[in-house]
Design a protein. Sequence first.
Length: 256
Amino acid sequence: MSYDSVSKFNRPGVKVDMAKRDYQKKPFGGEPFSKFLRGVIRLLVAVFIWPFYLPRAEGSREEPSDGGCILVANHHNFFDPIFITFYFRSTRLCFIAKKELYNAKLIGRILKAFGAIPLDRSSSDMQASKLIISEIANKKIIGLFPQGTRVPIGEEISSDPHFGLIHYAIRRDIPIIPVGIDPTYRFFGRPRFVFADSILLRLKDGEKLNPDEQTMVAHDVMRRVYALAGREYPRKDNVENEKLFLRKIDVMPLCE
């Protein structure tokens, strides 16, 4: 298996507010006005934002199945989820949005049109995971930035990845769509969005992951995601993390 292939990754009770309840009534933002609004936003991106940066998309952008799955990417810029949504045109794709953003009427309506999941960040990690897991059960494609925040270029290891949802995907055979972002956000910088083939990550027969090993696997997943876009994830323990990953985890492509 090759880690630098464009098309293969292995070559890597929440507080519910009015916004959440309204969102649940109309899944995927699929009513006519939301469809119209998505078209308008994509047109604005194509006319005003895309020409400034000239972003590129590479690799497969096929949905792995009609079930729920997770899209995993590195995160550096406000425009990352915008361009991912621009290139991966699935009405099932949705990102997590801070609940507070829904207080701004226009922004909240745009987020709703794109099916964003309003999340109260003051809730516990367990509560947040339960909400996201429920959306996976509703056949959503959850856009996930495991490091949880925008990471400055050159500081890729400054924020540790969260492993909870990736571990859930491993245990429940939930497909993962790895996306590597090369964040060259400058005038005509041509940032790249590299979509790898969908995969399943499975524990090998008889294997388990203790908490320390879960952290090691999370770091190796991030290393592989960064590698898709040709970027380094320069941790000193990369070799140990990779050895553990290869010993414990099978990577099974869903597309040949």
